[in-house]
Design a protein around this ligand. Structure first.
Ligand code: ADP
Ligand code: 5GP
Length: 246
């Protein structure tokens, strides 16, 4: 495609929708792929804006027709990216941002190795819980079971961070937005030779610092807060869960 395909993944509640919507206010030419889902709309979500909401039957019909670039079952519901999103971005010469889970990201990478992966981490589990709670409150729904299901899944998703070229820690929002913007601009610079309008060296430095290869020290405390070994990237067994010796 003429544009660049960005994949952004994160544990639910980390702030990726917020980051993407802030990015799109600052940088033009980035389309957002509106996914299809069988989950019900949340809060102020509108059909066709955050998601295309549909039934399981219709979703499975679309799968049979081969309409999805990728799809996965997440938290008991189907989510998928229509191939049409890619075709539309291509026709417009825009970049495309996919906000998809780690399973969907693996499917896209297998088909399009040139996709740019960005993984967003919350600073620690406590902050993640607070964000999920605040979002539920703001949306007027307080489903504690759903909240704990999403929190419980966070560590498994974070274990996949190594599959992504860039890692953002969404602590201070403005900083994370500036980092995401720097990643998009620097990829446009390196891949398409596109000029960066101002402070170009600084932008390239900020993006380079977010490369996973340059992030190990920065990530270690965040990973460890989620019970993941900061060196091996593997889950550490929580105290008391060690296997028996026999
Ligand atoms: P996701 O799309 O990853 O599930 P959201 O973008 O919906 O997450 O963010 C979850 C909640 O956290 C929202 O209420 C959002 O306003 C809030 N939030 C996002 N980023 C930050 C941040 N850096 N600091 C504080 N709150 C944040
Ligand atoms: P939520 O229900 O909070 O909107 O999203 C739950 C999870 O589904 C998030 O991890 C989000 O990235 C993922 N998701 C949203 N759309 C898609 C999609 O089209 N495909 C896949 N594989 N995951 C998606």
């Amino acid at each position: 495609m003429a544009g660049i395909l960005f994949i952004i993944s994160a544990p639910s509640g980390s702030g990726k929708s917020t980051l993407v919507s802030e990015l799109r206010k600052q940088v033009s030419g980035v389309d957002f792929a509106v996914s299809w889902t069988t989950r019900a709309p949340r809060g102020s979500e509108e059909d066709g804006r955050e998601y295309h909401f549909t039934t399981r039957e219709e979703f499975l019909r679309m799968v049979d027709k081969g309409l999805f670039l990728e799809y996965a079952e997440v938290f008991g519901h189907f989510y998928g990216t229509a191939r049409q999103s890619l075709d539309d971005a291509l026709a417009a010469g825009h970049d495309l941002m996919l906000d998809i889970d780690v399973q969907g990201a693996a499917q896209v990478r297998a088909k399009m190795a040139e996709a740019v992966g960005i993984f967003v981490l919350p600073p620690n589990p406590k902050v993640l819980r607070t964000r999920l709670r605040n979002r539920s409150r703001a949306e007027g729904v307080m489903d504690e079971d759903e909240l704990f299901r999403r929190l419980g899944q966070a560590r498994n998703e974070i274990e996949n961070y190594r599959q992504y070229g860039y890692i953002l820690v969404n602590d201070v929002l403005d900083r994370a937005v500036a980092q995401l913007e720097a990643i998009v601009l620097s990829e446009r610079f390196y891949r398409n030779g596109e000029e960066i309008a101002y402070r170009s060296r600084r932008v390239l430095e900020v993006a380079a610092a977010c490369l996973q290869a340059n992030s190990q020290e920065r990530l270690k405390p965040v990973l460890e807060a989620f019970g993941i070994d900061g060196d091996s990237g593997q889950q550490q067994l929580p105290f008391g869960d060690e296997p028996d010796d026999d």
